[in-house]
Design a protein around this ligand. Sequence first.
Ligand code: BGC
Length: 743
Amino acid sequence: MTHPVVSEMTAEEKAHLLSGRDFWSTHSVERLGITSVTMTDGPHGVRLQRRSDESGTPATCFPLAAAVGASWDPAVARAIGAAIAIEARAQGVGIVLGPGVNIKRSPLCGRNFEYYSEDPLLSGVLGAAHVEGQQAEGVGASVKHFAANNQETDRMQISADVDERTLREIYLPAFERVVTESAPATVMAAYNRINGTPASANTWLLTDVLRGEWGFRGAVVSDWGAVADPVASVRAGLDLQMPGTGGRSARLILDALADGSLDETVVDRAAARVLELGRGAAEMDDRDVDFAAHHALARTLASECAVLLTNDGTLPLHQGTRIAVIGEFARTPRFQGSGSSRVAAVDVDEPLACLRELASMRDCDVTFAPGFTLDDAPSTEAATALRAEAVATASAAEVAVIFAGLPDTAESEGFDRSTTLLPEQQSALITAVAAAAPRTVVVLAHGGVVTMEEWHDDVHAVLDVSLAGEAAGGAVADLLFGVANPSGRLAETIPVRLSDTPSYTNFPGEQGHVRYGEGVMVGYRWHETAERPARHPFGHGLSYTTFGVDDLTVTAVGDDSATVTVTVRNTGRLAGSEVVQIYVSTTAGPVRRPVRELRSFTKIRLEPGESHRVEFSLSRRAFAYWDIRRHGWVVAPGDYTVQVCRDAATVLTDQVVTLTGDHTAAALTLQSTVETWTTHPQIGPELLELLAQVPPDRGLPEITPELLRMVGSMPMQKIVDMLGDVLPAPVLDEMMTRTETEA
Ligand code: BGC
């Protein structure tokens, strides 16, 4: 049935509605009371551009997705979504574009700061919480970039060549969770192609999977400039092309309607979905935003995201310590990314000032030296002089705290990185300061992973802050002095060498194609399966307290699910938060599985000595693989080890659960292999018995295990052909018929 408003619209009005009015808004149809909806970028703060050449009106810059990933806490993502919505509403913005839930396939992707994790479950849980928080405050979300947009090189044309199982197990589940759990107002179709077909004109992706399988009811919007053929895109399931094309797309749609190559019902459906965006969008809100409260929130949330990578006890800093703060980033912080997610931050904390404030309350003396410049090209003499000054400052102190990281220019949408190295000036500085100072702490600000190999073993603590938004400086001060206890865990593996990473030889592709040759072995799935130890594994992160787990119980529920309960205890002397990570490991089924996969997690805050019993429900998806023969999820019968892990490389306790699983035996045919026949639970023994009874004079060789192994992969037809009537056709037919009814 046609939407009541759409049925009153002219073809022209409908066609116009399917592309933007301008860069950031949809068309209005005044005679029908259809209002325009304004979209802006997010997802780390509202980026409302009044003109396309300005950086946006002031807004709070919250921790970026890379940082939120490390919080492992949906409450953090939800709070950010909600606060952004409040700021958006105050500016009349109906949709904030985000969150980005693409998988970090390579540490080199230039846009990794905008994505949560290398793991689909973690990405999906956080993305769903962000959408929920934002939409509960009346502002629509746009989960992006759908799908397989995992690099920036050649981003508008590259074909991500990914096999079906890998798409289903790694690249689609985060979108699936966001869509099915949080019903985002829009999904943004990506720039790239998938197996040759543009994502923005991909019927399988936008219609069959997104709407057919996942039940998406909102509108599909294109990434900005993604559409090449507006008619093909609408036909495939795209509703709104952005930005506007000055009427060109509408004319093409009208032509296609006129010549019958586009069905009017398709246009009606898309128009109805765009109309609904207007109905759902927030009213302009004239309450003032409490930016001070949002800044304070940003500081608390940022402290939930930072990961303490190493610490020999130097942190937290003690009362009365003489501290040398080193690094230009201490006064000119790097706290956010570049490109479309860049926010005109309201109030940026200066880390040095925040440290001084807390230091003064603890009788700590703070000195400072910049140590390096943020531009790439100071003269060698200038760099040497800055380093010498920093070394002198550090050697006069008890602890040197170095603020290092990637400069703004190192990463952005539009290009990928070619290295994980820090700028040379900085690594040389860290090595020199570490040799001179009694103790050295490194605080890292960066979006994509950086290597620490050159100096990792020379320093006493590393605090990885990622890009934690405008209040990162305050959060770092809180964490260094122990006002807050670090509780972040890595959402992305830090490899020893770039060449240890799974996509190393297949990133970023060539001649228009990037082959996802590593399949499902992405991130820790690869490092653990291929035994390539990481510098710091996925899930790693220290605290100022310690935790223990015990009393694990795992109980099967039905044929394909389980419940898991475990006690977690704060065994140290400070309050803190632990992330309980549940992985599943199995060799069941016909496909190669990663050594372990994250299947559930929770973050829990505990007072010293406190313990808590936590329960997890593992549904069938926690045990399933995508079966390319059945085009569906299958739980293979067999044993599954449920592991409670400290991180992806460290199992704390585990237990095996045996699942009946799905009935997977396929009907036997003459094309099935001899092995399939002989191992079939009913037919196998019967067939072997039949063969054993063949009289010796028929020339049949003795059926030994060796023989069966040799002929195991031959289709049964070949054996029948060779043996003639030794295996009578009616007997085989009867056996095959029986397996049809069983399957
Ligand atoms: C980016 C999107 C963004 C859009 C609008 C594109 O270049 O890929 O993430 O939302 O621009 O700025």
